[in-house]
Design a protein around this ligand. Structure first.
Ligand code: ATP
Length: 243
């Protein structure tokens, strides 16, 4: 399994977000978001419900109508690019609701999104990563468990050749054993050179996969720390997240 490599080397900034604003109609949601992701990292956005985490991912994907500020990806400005152009740069978004088409079977769901770049995983490589999906190939979307749907949603973007994966709450509503599997998958993808930006409520799980964390509140980044600093920041984190 191999990702088609971007120009940036491992450790270089692949995504750099500066002073990002975003609006839904008249509602001003993001107020100057600033963070970065280095090539090959797993970075997690934490924050309370409604803080603006999903809106940040959608802004990067270009699916929020009005954005301001700067988003550079692999050295190129994309804040005003169309979602189609952004997808062709190798950025993919896996939404919280997973977006599996109920009336299509697993194979049809997998084959639906167009290839955006060379280097997408073959079906064989996808089945090696997610053996369950091979067994369920002809099952309709509606017949899949939550875990299978999540795996299918990740598999689908891997097939397209995307190399920068944005996963919105991939563990939500899943059983602990499946959450553990998703963790193994993320670590495997990281080891294969993919870069991953996660939104997660479950920061204990996120700490098993993430290199760094950013905390979002009221549409701004209010704190950041490396995974190695998580324990030292636990008190603050409980306050930020209200847990
Ligand atoms: P959650 O875990 O609840 O999704 P979040 O941090 O991802 O939290 P966002 O989904 O980014 O939060 O929402 C940020 C704010 O934008 C919230 O106040 C939300 O009500 C609002 N919002 C989200 N989607 C829309 C929309 N389509 N139209 C208008 N407002 C929206």
């Amino acid at each position: 399994m191999s990702a088609s490599k971007p120009a940036a080397a491992t450790g270089d900034k692949i995504l750099d977000v500066n002073n990002l604003g975003a609006w839904y109609g008249e509602s001003h949601i993001l107020h100057g978001i600033e963070f970065n992701v280095r090539q090959g990292e797993v970075v997690t956005l934490l924050g309370r419900n409604g803080a603006g985490k999903t809106t940040t991912l959608k802004s990067i994907m270009g699916i929020i109508g009005k954005r301001s500020g700067s988003i550079t990806f692999d050295g190129q400005e994309i804040v005003r690019a169309s979602s189609d152009k952004i997808a062709h740069k190798g950025i993919a978004f896996c939404p919280e609701e997973r977006g599996i088409f109920a009336s299509l079977d697993v194979r049809e769901n997998l084959m639906l999104p167009p290839n955006v770049r060379d280097g997408g995983l073959s079906l064989e490589q996808i089945f090696e990563l997610f053996p369950n999906l091979k067994e369920r190939l002809t099952s309709q979307g509606t017949k899949l468990s939550g875990g299978e749907q999540q795996m299918l949603a990740i598999a689908r973007i891997l097939r397209t050749g995307a190399r920068f994966l944005m996963l919105d709450e991939p563990t939500e509503g899943l059983a602990p054993v499946i959450i553990q599997q998703i963790g193994h998958t993320i670590k495997r993808l990281k080891s294969e050179g993919f870069t991953i930006l996660l939104v997660e409520q479950n920061f204990r799980w996120a700490s098993t996969v993430a290199d760094r964390f950013y905390v979002v509140e009221h549409g701004k980044i209010i704190d950041s720390f490396a995974n190695s600093e998580l324990q030292a920041n636990m008190g603050k984190l409980h306050t930020y997240l209200g847990v």
